[in-house]
Design a binder for this molecule. Structure first.
Ligand code: BES
Ligand code: ZN
Ligand code: ZN
Length: 489
């Protein structure tokens, strides 16, 4: 992974192969650089967002190439422009096979220099990530090695921001790396091993609950989803600062390593994308990784129910009734609405431990993509203050969430005639909300927020700093929310 450094230096003394400079719309290009931009037409580069201009310095500077990156109007500035700019710089460097690049930290009125530095570190590390494990020919793959963020001022106050940005982006890449693996590799057992190795390096408590114990505990909804699969289920339970008297949070993630739909089989077109149905669980792992490396003064419980959802002679069938961990009975009318089943048991299990709040992440409903497209995730919660912390965190990390209502009318749609609940609404209305309403039945009185990440789990079009494939979105969001919930600076 590319390394991000910090340096106090004058622009014209940068000795890297590439020097990148952020330019706001209408701002002057520094005098010393004008010799390189004199042939550039006004139209070619006006500093507009999304614009970039690159030129060779042909021996007239200590750096070989100059890259100007448009930042748009300064009064319309958003922190994410810094991630985008760093991403653009990194991609440019790699396109010209430059192993090292320097990026001048822009000075932005009203924005803390540390926030800028952190966002730049994140953007560069996220943009540098590639999934190359299965490419046997590595010749065409080029990775930049170092990005140096250059400040005219003292870098000491920015060092912490550089470290935080690096930890967060690396945790997000860690999620992307496992998420990209298809279902024949990323089995529940394999992911449990991945979690164990994280637990070892980051000194986290880990316990893997196997099928027998699940049965004893009464996690019948999770077992029912697993029933059709040849791969045994795993419930990974991890804890950072276990048992300590600190603000205590639980983070839970849906870990379906492949969602075929089960007997309610999905159409084959696009079914391969259902390898990403484990993103929620992996985000939990990423959150534990980052929170422990950032040494957050919180106690954090992470829960990852892992299983495939497959059709077979032993699979659960539409109409089956199961009793979940909290004793509620569920009529399974559609085996493809499996995420809420595995979460039901685990939410109830977490609620029993009485954390100060539970946050779950799940690629829960296709309806989420109908609502919000791929621009943000859905937020559902029984607590206004918790929701507001998550909404604010999303604006800061640019992993935006939009809150949906959980009005009492919706519960009527998932009441079963013969059991307590049914796992789909007969009407097919408000699909993402009824799914969240279903989850709410399992958290009791606990403060809880559910983030439906279907749609943002995967990137399928050009993005300024995330390549195609698993996005790892959710890690920085939840870590930022936990930081604010526990009242840290
Ligand atoms: N994993 C899917 C949801 C999903 C769909 C995520 C598309 C990402 C992209 C989930 O398990 C599912 O199949 N949900 C059903 C629910 C329906 C049967 C009520 C859906 O959305 O169609
Ligand atoms: Zn499904
Ligand atoms: Zn699913």
């Amino acid at each position: 992974m590319v390394k991000v450094g910090l340096l106090t230096e004058r622009m014209m003394e940068v000795k890297d192969e590439v020097l990148a400079l952020c330019v706001f719309e209408g701002a002057q290009i520094p005098e010393q650089l004008k010799q390189f931009t004199k042939d550039m037409s006004q139209k070619q580069f006006e500093g507009k967002s999304g614009q970039a201009f690159a030129t060779l310095t042909l021996g007239n500077a200590t750096f070989k190439r100059l890259l100007l990156i448009g930042m748009g109007k300064e009064n319309e500035f958003e922190l994410d422009f810094c991630r985008r700019a760093a991403g653009t710089a990194l991609r440019f460097a790699e396109s010209v096979k430059a192993a090292s690049l320097s990026v001048m930290l822009p000075e932005v009125k009203g924005t803390a220099p540390a926030d800028v530095a952190q966002a730049m570190a994140e953007g560069a590390i996220l943009a540098g990530y590639k999934f190359t494990k299965f490419k046997t020919k590595k010749e065409d793959i080029f990775d930049a090695e170092t990005v140096t963020l250059i400040s005219k001022n003292d870098i000491l106050p920015l060092e912490n921001a550089r470290v935080c940005g690096t930890i967060l982006a690396e945790a997000q890449n860690y999620v992307r790396e496992m998420d990209e693996n298809p279902a024949n590799i990323a089995t529940p057992a394999q992911i449990a091993e991945y979690a164990k190795s994280l637990a070892k390096t980051n000194k986290l408590l880990i316990k893997v609950i196997e099928k027998n114990e699940m049965k004893k505990l009464g996690m019948n909804a999770l077992i029912a989803v697993n029933q059709g699969s040849a791969e045994p289920p795993k419930l990974v339970v991890m804890e950072y600062n276990p048992g300590k008297k600190l603000p205590f949070y639980a983070v839970i993630g849906k870990g379906i390593t492949f969602d075929s739909g089960g007997i309610s089989l999905k159409p084959s077109k696009g079914m391969e994308e259902m390898k990403y149905d484990k993103t929620g669980a992996l985000v939990v792992l990423g959150v534990l990784k980052a929170a422990s490396e950032l040494k957050f003064p919180i106690r954090l419980l992470g829960l990852m129910p892992l299983t495939e959802n497959m059709p077979s002679g032993s699979a659960q069938k539409p109409g089956d009734i199961v009793k979940a961990y909290n004793g509620k009975t569920i009529e399974v009318l559609n085996t493809d609405a499996e995420g809420r089943l595995i979460l039901a048991d685990v939410l109830a299990y977490a609620a029993q431990k009485k954390p100060d709040a539970i946050i779950d992440l799940a690629t829960l409903t296709g309806a989420m993509i109908v609502c919000l497209g791929r621009a943000g995730a859905g937020l559902f919660s029984n607590d206004d203050a918790l929701s507001s912390v998550i909404e604010k965190a999303g604006l800061k990390t640019n992993e935006r969430v939009w809150r949906f209502p959980l009005w009492p009318e919706y519960i009527e749609l998932i009441k079963s005639d013969i059991a307590d609940l049914k796992n789909i609404s007969g009407e097919g209305e408000a699909g993402s909300i009824t799914a969240a309403m279903f989850l709410k039945e399992f958290v009791g009185e606990c403060r809880w927020a559910h983030i439906d990440i279907a749609g943002v789990d995967m990137i399928n079009r050009p993005h300024p700093y995330l390549g195609k494939g698993a996005s790892g979105i959710g890690v920085r969001l939840v870590v930022e929310a936990l930081k604010n919930l526990s009242g840290q600076k």
